[in-house]
Design a protein around this ligand. Sequence first.
Ligand code: SR1
Ligand code: MG
Length: 419
Amino acid sequence: MAENTEYEALTPETLAKRLSGIKVLNEKVGENSDLWEVAEIGDGNLNLVFIISGKNGKAIVKQALPYVRLVGESWPLPLYRAFYEYNALERMAQRHPGSTPEIYYFDDTQAIIVMEYLDEHTILRQKLIAGEKVQGLAEFLGQFCARTAFRGSELSMQSANKKSDVALFSGNVEIPAITEALVFTDPYYEAEQNHHTKQLDRLISVLRRDVGLKIKVQKALQRFVSNSETMIHGDLHSGSIMCTDQTSRVIDPEFVQYGPMGFDVGMLCANFFMAYFSQPAHRQSGLEEYQEWILNIILEIFDVFNAEFRVLWANERRGLLYPPVLFEDQDHDAMAACEIVLKDIWSDAWTYCGIEMHRRCLSLAHNADFEEISNSVERASLEARNIEMGAHLIRSAGAFDNAAEVCEVARAHNRRDFL
Ligand code: SR1
Ligand code: MG
C-alpha cells in the first residue's frame, strides 16, 4: 500500500496513485495504475465504496469513513470496524465457503478492504423493488444462516477458540451500539433522529404507549447484548445481499458481533416482509404472484435453515454443547434436543423480525422499499400494515410453529386498512 502511515480518505482522484503498489490490484485490475478507471459507488449509510476497472478486470475497494456518512461528521465512528468486517468475512468464508466476495487485501490503518468485484450482481433490495426473481435465493440464505449460526457456536467450535473469538469481536463496541439504539430503542420513543410518514402519527403514538410490547423488545435487546452464542452478521438486510438472477453473496458484515442465533435470520425475514408489504406501490401487474413469491422465499428459508441445522446437528456436533456422550452414546434422542433449540431460535427470530420491521419505518435509517414511494398517503397505508404486523410478531413470537403461520398473518395484514 501507499506510503501513508496516517489514515486518509480515498477519492476517485487519489485512489489509483495511492493503491498502485498493491500487488493483487496489479494482477486483478492492471499493472499500470495510470490506466485504472475509478468510480465511487457507495450508496450505503457508512462507507466509501470504489470500483476500479482496468485492462485485466475489476476490483472493489471499501474504505471506512471516520463518521456516519448518512449523518455527517457530527457522528464520529471508529475506523476499526473495517478490521472486524475483514475478520467476519474470513470466518463466513470458512463457515459457508463461497458465500462472500473473495478478499484480496486488507489495510488496518487505512481501514481498506480490497475485494472481488461481483460481476453482474446487484443489491437484492433493488431487485425486490423491481420485481425481479433470483433462483436459489432461499436455499442460499437458509444455508448461510444455518451454517454460520451453527459453526460459530459451541455446538461446533472448541471452547477455547470460541472464547478467544468472542473476546476479539467484543472490541467492536460503537457499531453494535448503533443497532442497540436505532433498532431496539429509538423506534419506541420520540428520539431526536427519528422520522416517519406523518399520516402514521396516531398509530405510532398507540404503539409507543404499549408498555408490554416495549418490555418484550427490551428483553430481546437484553439477549442481543448478552447472549454471545454465535457470530452474527449483525445487519443482514436485503442491502447486504448481492445477486444475479441465479447466484447470491453476502456482503458488509461490519456490524458483526457474537449474538443470538436467531438474529440474522429474523432480520433477513423482516426485509422480505417489508418488500412484500411495499409491493402494491411498485407494481400492479403480477402483484399477487410476486408477493407470493416473496412469501415463498421466507417459507423456504425457514425449511432450509431447519433442515441444514439438523444435518449439522447430526454430523458436526463437536463442541461442548449437547455432546454425543450425553445423547447418542446413551441411546437418548439428540434430535429431540435439536428441535427444542430450533424452536427457541425461531421464537427469537420472529421477535427480531418484528423489531426490524418497526425500526425501518420509525427510526433513523429507513429502507428504499418504502422510501421510494413518493405518495405519502399510499406509503403510510403500506407502512401501517408493516408496523402492525411487526407488533403482532413481537407479541406472539413464541406461539408460531412454523413460517407458514407467520406468512398467513402477513396475508391477513396485507388485506387490511389500519389508518
Ligand atoms: C447510522 S447507520 C444506519 C443503519 O445503516 C446500517 O446499514 C445499519 O442497518 C444501521 O442501522
Ligand atoms: Mg451495511
